[in-house]
Design a protein around this ligand. Structure first.
Ligand SMILES: Cc1cc2nc3c(=O)[nH]c(=O)nc-3n(C[C@H](O)[C@H](O)[C@H](O)COP(=O)(O)OP(=O)(O)OC[C@H]3O[C@@H](n4cnc5c(N)ncnc54)[C@H](O)[C@@H]3O)c2cc1C
Length: 438
């Protein structure tokens, strides 16, 4: 068969995409710069699908956890990454953790042995002008290629850092305490959820930001100049006790309907996905440790029982504004011979990166064979993640995202306990994936 696809990057996404294509009978050239004299700041080896940090694929519970469901869906689509993870799992309770060396060696060996795959240890410096291509170069994409991607997408659409503000599930916000409004009631819509704070609450919160345990910057993160542009909230707080009240926690123009007055300070949340299930804490990007974030942010009035779909963070992370740039099958709208996959699309995590690689591979194979392939339904974990990346997320505030039930269309009228509700989601996903595969 002559048809071929060029995959750039042999990480989690590129390896999975290569496998899916090769299994579909397509010839693959897989370009990976490690092993050809190059390295990233986080990788340690030349192995494909190297896990750069933790050895965990997180929960393996497909009944009540969104990432566990994603594992199950990927297994049913013949995922190489999941097969290698299962073969090299180590004890970790209900989580799926792996022996990282055995895992990476297994992926490398299976790809190297596949007759349809040629692994080339080379750095690619520019987006290919022609030929079906999948770019899966990850959060640490080499500089020259990042420049080429920036030129093709527009510099504003390519980020070199994530500046992640926490995201809260809408149904965990206490709307008896918070209210919907835009500042000065501008516009026809009341776009923000506002959490009011008294002076005492604000001062205690401000102190909590200063005292809270923070994650250290890695040396190569701290030296990146772009960083000043997305200041962590605790750094703003350290500039003065009122800095936040004149910044992201500004109360002016926000009449609390209960008092008819502006509160002392306000935390604002803005809708983060088209479904309206996820809300973003505006300006709350932070390096506070995750446990500290949950504790401190639950002291905010109205967020006492907040469930977080994502916690805040700041990392070196190259990613494109996918909701703006990509079509529903991960093709760059401006150059449809190029697909993106993995963390560079703005999904977050090993499993999510591999999942998007799996879909990119399948979409490319279908395109080469002129077969129709509809994306998986948004009620499945694969479809919910894909839908979020390729249009469900708000392009203006787009930041990396793990798979979670907030990305799934809500089940209307389901008045059930949280644990039962998760089962409703996973049951629906299983049925819909089966129907899609049939
Ligand atoms: C420091 C760090 C820690 C992380 N920790 C975790 C964690 O603990 N758990 C988790 O779930 N996720 C973690 N992530 C997030 C993410 O899931 C991983 O980075 C994941 O590996 C992304 O998969 P990927 O395939 O998109 O990219 P990668 O796995 O990084 O693969 C990209 C590949 O492309 C290659 N490459 C880059 N540029 C070029 C080029 N120009 N030409 C050829 N090859 C190129 C790289 O060498 C690399 O092998 C972490 C990310 C970072 C940066």
């Amino acid at each position: 068969m002559n048809a071929s696809v060029h995959i750039v990057g042999g990480g989690l996404a590129g390896s999975e995409a290569a496998w899916q294509l090769a299994e579909a009978g397509v010839q693959v050239r897989l370009s990976e710069m490690r092993g050809g004299g190059e390295m990233t700041a986080a990788h340690q080896s030349d192995g494909l699908a190297e896990l750069v940090c933790s050895n965990s694929f997180r929960s393996d519970d497909a009944e009540s956890n969104a990432v566990g469901l994603l594992h199950a869906e990927m297994r049913s689509l013949g995922s190489l990454i999941m097969a290698a993870a299962d073969a090299h799992k180590v004890p970790a309770g209900s989580a799926l953790a792996v022996d990282r060396d055995g895992f990476s060696a297994a992926v490398t060996a299976r790809l190297a042995a596949h007759p349809n795959i040629e692994i080339v240890r080379e750095r690619v410096d520019a987006l290919p002008a022609t030929g079906l291509t999948i770019v899966a170069t990850g959060p640490l994409t080499a500089a020259a290629l990042a420049g080429s991607i920036g030129a093709a997408t527009g510099a504003d659409a390519l980020a070199f850092f994530d500046a992640i503000a926490p995201i809260v599930h809408r149904d965990s916000i206490d709307m008896e305490v918070c209210w919907m409004a835009s500042r000065w009631d501008k516009g026809d819509t009341k776009d923000y959820i506002n959490c009011p704070m008294t002076k005492e609450q604000y001062l205690a919160f401000h102190q909590g930001l200063l005292d809270g345990d923070k994650t250290e910057y890695k040396e190569w993160e701290a030296n990146t100049p772009y960083f000043e542009g997305c200041m962590p909230i605790e750094v703003a707080a350290a500039r003065g006790v009122d800095t936040l009240r004149f910044g992201p926690m500004k109360p002016v123009g926000l009449d609390d309907p209960k008092t008819g007055r502006w509160p002392y300070a306000v935390v604002q949340l803005r809708q983060d996905n088209a479904l309206g299930t996820l809300w973003n804490m505006v300006g709350f990007q932070t390096k506070l440790k995750h446990g500290e974030q949950v504790r401190l942010f639950r002291t905010i009035p109205g967020l006492e029982n907040a469930e977080f779909a994502r916690l805040g963070g700041l990392h070196r992370n190259t990613f494109i504004n996918s909701p703006l740039l990509l079509d529903g099958t991960l093709r760059l709208k401006a150059a449809p011979h190029i697909r993106f996959a993995g963390q560079i699309t703005g999904c977050e995590g090993y499993v999510e990166s591999a999942a998007i690689g799996l879909l990119a591979g399948r979409f490319a194979a279908a395109e080469l064979k002129s077969e129709a392939m509809t994306p998986p339904p948004t009620t499945t974990a694969l479809g919910a993640l894909l839908g979020h990346i390729t249009g469900g997320a708000d392009a203006e505030t787009y930041q990396p995202m793990n798979v979670n039930f907030g990305l799934f269309p809500p089940i209307e009228g389901a008045r059930t306990k949280k644990a039962d509700r998760k089962k409703l989601y996973t049951n629906r996903a299983r049925a819909d994936l089966e129907a899609w595969l049939a």
